[in-house]
Write a protein that binds this ligand. Structure first.
Ligand code: PMP
Length: 359
């Protein structure tokens, strides 16, 4: 490339005081090769957060809100039940701020999550997968009570949806200012993302349709069955519509209190279930055809966004949330069948020139 056409960068125009200041302000990126003609399809790539997921936002806010309220004291241990991304976010925040962290996690979640948390200085206490999300949650409660630790309570705390209202939603409002935005598509884990987005979009972009999605074989909201709750809105028992599903980070075996606000206040327009296999297939297509790595939940939201795009009139603008990166899933079904060794085609390429052949 000559000097006129080469891409140039200028830096961010600031020096960062800590890794924590790099959370948020993730890019909204156009999908070019997969989107149907005439529809503008965008993804908000939360993998650009320092811990590579959307959960960095609430991890930082839970800790800072607790510091402000006095619920967390200097040097006190933090404990939380998490499917991984919140734990990685909390581990990053706790490493920077000097709090010990203990994470409880069912042993069904990907091993790279455990190792990342331990790499970031956290301790990870595994719980049996048979006891599901409520098991790892109850273990965190037990540990907090026994040892006097600060329980982060991502499924109940106001600090969760508040940060999506203050950051994720504001970024979308800013980035789509003066432009159309017909649909926003997201799933739910805690429900923080959809609840925070709904608070802002309902007021400032009332024409935007909020599409919520959940696993087809664990359609908790779709079942219409209310969640039984105990003290503080925590689940009293596993939801009867739950079944294990491969969309890590989505739909625990209960309807979280944080999500309940969006359900009660009309925070979504349509609920579209999606099969885990479709999520995996679309995450692979996003990687191979757009160069965008996302996890199974991102692929699942994207599968729904593509369904909408395929039926939408020309000019429609759709935004799909991508909560994390595909690299977090190397040992999961997302990478199943992606080989380590050369296949026949690669071997033929190797043999097509004389030098540096294997074996
Ligand atoms: N996808 C992944 C991979 C996640 O870890 C989470 C959070 N558990 C979500 C989606 C859902 O986000 P939220 O908790 O804001 O509903």
């Amino acid at each position: 490339m000559d000097a006129m056409t080469i891409r140039r960068t200028r830096g961010r125009g600031r020096l960062y005081d800590s890794i924590l200041d790099t959370v948020g302000d993730t890019p909204v990126i156009r999908v070019n090769n997969l989107a149907p003609e005439g529809v503008r399809l965008y993804v908000k790539a939360e993998a650009f957060n320092p811990g590579a997921s959307i959960k960095d936002r609430l991890a930082l806010n839970i800790i800072e809100a607790a510091e402000k309220s006095g619920a967390l004291t200097p040097g006190q241990t933090v404990v939380e039940a998490t499917s991984g991304n919140t734990g990685i976010g909390l581990a990053m925040v706790c490493a920077q701020k000097g709090y010990p962290l203990v994470v409880t996690m069912a042993d069904s979640f990907s091993v790279e999550r455990r190792r990342l948390m331990r790499m970031l200085g956290a301790r990870v206490v595994l719980t049996p997968r048979a006891s599901k999300g409520t098991g790892m949650y109850m273990k965190a409660v037990e540990l907090a009570e026994k040892h006097g630790w600060f329980l982060a309570r991502q499924f109940e705390t106001a600090a969760n949806a508040d940060i999506h209202e203050a950051t994720t939603a504001r970024e979308i409002i800013g980035d789509f200012a003066g432009d159309r935005l017909d649909y926003v598509v997201t799933g739910y884990g805690t429900g923080g993302t959809v609840t925070g987005l709904a608070r802002v979009l309902r007021k400032e972009r009332p024409e935007t349709r909020i599409i919520l999605t959940e696993p087809a074989n664990a359609a908790l909201i779709g079942s219409g069955i209310a969640q039984a709750r105990g003290a503080g809105g925590a689940p009293a028992q596993s939801h009867p519509a739950f079944e294990p599903h491969p969309i890590q980070g989505w739909t625990p075996d209960f309807i979280p209190l944080v999500l309940q606000e969006a359900l009660d206040n009309g925070g979504y327009d349509d609920l579209i279930p999606i099969a885990g296999a479709d999520g995996i297939a679309w995450a692979r297509k996003l990687a191979a055809h757009e160069g965008i790595l996302t996890g199974i939940s991102g692929g699942a939201s994207f599968a729904v966004a593509m369904q909408i795009a395929e039926q939408a009139p020309p000019g429609t603008v759709i935004l799909c949330m991508l909560p994390d990166t595909g690299e977090r899933y190397l040992t999961t079904p997302l990478f199943e069948g992606i080989p380590e060794n050369m296949d026949d085609e690669e071997m033929a390429l190797s043999l097509s020139t004389p030098g540096y052949r294997m074996g």
